[in-house]
Design a protein around this ligand. Structure first.
Ligand code: ARG
Length: 424
């Protein structure tokens, strides 16, 4: 640049202007070339490390861990601790390898038994450019795992001769990678239920729409690949499973997955018009495959407490106001738990809220669930970002009125009932 200026400084003012412009053009040219080169670089980068996912199933025996029946339950503490250990080991292995850019994730999908020891089955996900690279990829992965994961690593003694590798199809692999409860793949940007906001795809992956003859009637929450929980009152007028189906996905108009219903189990002590025991479980005719957008929520144990004033979120396709319209896009609203004592006070619900119910919302009103949200989830995230089902949308005096918060079926109160019907 100084060269340009010193040259043009000798000329007349107008010529200087021309010279500067030319100089500008050169600079612009260089700039454009650099931008073009950057763009080409980016395209090449994405082509090389682009979007095609590859999945591998790997199993190996760990001689330092004795098999325990608890490993048969994928959500036991033993299983989860082992999963954590193995996943962090595999993460470290690949992050320090030349496949660090292609490695995406891994998950322990099964723990089986061999000679009293454990055999760990892991699904690994990679991303690469092109299908014809698969064989080369396979070799590299095998080599890295065999080199880095044999012998004594920390407390793990891995049997070198036990390694088995196999290919696995994408939907099956994705299903296995997304079986954990209460997790979501996306973290949303921002907060209509009454006073809510549009949700995003994958933000509330356990939310389902319960439909009677393909018309949305209620919300429901996925708690396993076969089971949903919802409200008993959704079935007051119709309880024949043949009339019902379940859809998943952000938009009612464009469901990502649909399932027929095999069975509806309504709480034995639900007696309309009383609101007590407003809970039912729905058994799907065939299981759903988990994806990044369809996942289950965690069920809290009986002794799990959700303290008053804690933040919870209610989601659904219910009306945006009392007697309003049903939205096409799933809505979310942040509310707070209100303790039963406050909720039973004279100016609120005056004593009709029983221990199996829980209130959430604001005494000033404005934000609430509404008609059509019934049966849907009220969820709470723990400090690790795992989402638990706290309540089931049940009833309220109109919607979003002051001193009339939403009333929900208290899930911890019915935890044993859910277990007795679903085995979960
Ligand atoms: N019973 C309503 C339904 O069937 C849900 C009511 C929830 N009301 C409320 N204000 N939170 O959809």
């Amino acid at each position: 640049m100084p060269v340009c200026l010193s040259k043009s400084a000798k000329r007349t003012e107008s010529k200087t202007k021309v010279k500067l412009t030319r100089c500008g053009k050169i600079t612009l040219g260089i700039l454009m070339t650099v931008i073009a080169a950057l763009l080409v670089g980016l395209v090449v980068y994405f082509a090389a490390y682009g979007k095609i996912p590859f999945y591998y199933h790997v199993s190996f025996k760990v001689n330092s861990i004795n098999y325990d029946e608890k490993f048969a339950k994928p959500y036991s503490k033993e299983y989860m601790d082992l999963n954590k250990k193995i996943v962090s080991l595999i993460n470290k292995t690949f992050h320090e390898s030349r496949l660090r850019r292609q490695y995406v994730t891994s998950h322990v999908v099964q723990v089986s038994r061999a000679n009293g020891k454990v055999v760990i089955h892991v699904v690994l996900k990679f991303k690469s450019c092109c299908k014809n690279n698969a064989a080369k990829f396979w070799d590299r992965i095998e080599t890295i795992l065999r080199q880095k994961l044999t012998g004594q690593i920390g407390s793990l003694l891995i049997d070198a001769s036990s390694f088995k590798f196999s290919d696995i199809a994408m939907p099956i692999a994705e299903n296995l990678l997304h079986t954990c409860c209460g997790q979501r793949t996306i973290t949303p940007s921002g907060n209509k239920i009454a006073g809510g906001q549009d949700a995003e795809e994958g933000e509330w992956p356990w939310q389902a729409s319960l439909q009677q003859n393909n018309v949305h009637r209620c919300g429901a929450t996925l708690i396993s690949n076969h089971w949903l929980v919802t409200a008993a009152h959704c079935f007051i007028k119709a309880n024949d499973p043949k009339e019902w189906n379940v859809t998943f996905g952000l938009l009612l108009s464009d469901p990502k997955t649909q399932r027929a219903v095999k069975n509806i189990i309504i709480h034995e002590n639900y007696h309309y018009p009383a609101h007590d025991n407003d809970i039912a479980v729905v058994h799907l005719a065939s299981p759903v495959l988990y994806t990044s957008n369809i996942r289950r929520a965690c069920l809290p144990e009986t002794n799990h407490t959700f303290p008053p004033s804690s933040d919870v979120v209610v989601t659904g396709w219910g009306t945006l106001r009392t007697d309003g319209k049903i939205p096409n896009i799933l809505q979310k609203a942040s509310v707070k738990i209100i303790d039963n004592k406050t909720c039973n006070s004279g100016k609120v619900y005056g004593g009709v809220v029983t221990p199996g119910m829980l209130c959430a919302g604001f005494l000033r009103g404005h934000v609430d669930a509404c008609q059509g949200d019934s049966g849907g989830p009220l969820v709470s995230a723990d400090d690790k970002g795992t989402w638990f089902l706290v309540g089931i949308v049940s009833w309220g005096d109109e919607c979003a009125l002051p001193n009339k918060p939403g009333v929900y079926t208290r899930v911890t109160y019915y935890r044993d009932w859910i277990m007795s019907k679903t085995g979960l």
